[in-house]
Write a protein that binds this ligand. Sequence first.
Ligand code: ADP
Ligand code: MG
Length: 324
Amino acid sequence: MNSISRPVETEIIERLRSRCMGARSDVLVGIGDDGAVTRVPDHHELVTVTDALVEGTHFLKGASPRSIGHRSLAVNLSDIAAMGAKPLWANLTLCIPEYDPSWLDEFSQGFSELAQEQGVALIGGDTVRGPLSVSVTLQGVVPKGKAILRSGASSGDLIFVSGHPGEAAGGRLIDAGDLSAELPDAKKLVARFEFPVARVSLGLALQGLVSAMIDVSDGLHTDLSRLLVASGQGANAELGRALLSQELCAAAGIENACELCLTGGEDYELCFTGSAKHADQIVALAAQVGVSITCIGEVVTGSKLQWNRNGAHYVPGSGAFEHF
Ligand code: ADP
Ligand code: MG
């Protein structure tokens, strides 16, 4: 049972449709029928991901609707990127406590700006009343057999990370009032949290070159551990200068920057492994798509992820950011 009245629901859907539907020729039937019909290109496979954002868990009460719209798509783009896939079609389930046209317009703006930039069409969804939450299912395609999994890393592979994990967590602390908003780079850090950039073009560029990949949503330590467990391997990794965000070091101090880098979460960077013989090509492709990457270490046999910093072992704190 959906307790939003039918005329209001129709108006909400029409607002979303007019702003976000996009124009892809592979969408044969979009919003308006009982289901969407899309055409999967020949010799490709479908990749489907879903992520939900819930008020109080993934964003604060009163968070900017534009940011919520952007993030609801960005977190899913990041999962698609981590599979090495090309994003195409989105479904949006919106659970809202009441109908607020200006909230919906700003939400749609955040969602549609990113959808257009990435060539993603909104093809359906559902609209219900309840505590604010936004769930997006995103579908993309990958050439047959080319999806990049977590499980492909071998001992001896190098480990790379895009960007500087920890910045988004710094921004979240600033938004929550736990870190000063007066710091010189506060705006940049807040933007990294409110408007994360999924590394879609990097994921696509790495197709066929890397052995395993995961996106960094729950902190680099947790997510690299997941990749290693899936691959049945361990790793030695370096928490070095190049990995750390200089802005975050300046804002929060280097010790906090180290912790936020490994356990902060919400970065939506990519962490991947590849054979050393592909390293030059990987670095060149990342430069071509304009994303900085850092080689942080090496996959080893075993099951332990060992961090090193300044020549000593580093144990990530217990402050890992959990959604539950
Ligand atoms: P039904 O009762 O058959 O589920 P709805 O009235 O819920 O139909 O939906 C009508 C159309 O609007 C469908 O194509 C559905 O996918 C689309 N739709 C509903 N809510 C949303 C939404 N939040 N975002 C995008 N499309 C939506
Ligand atoms: Mg419905």
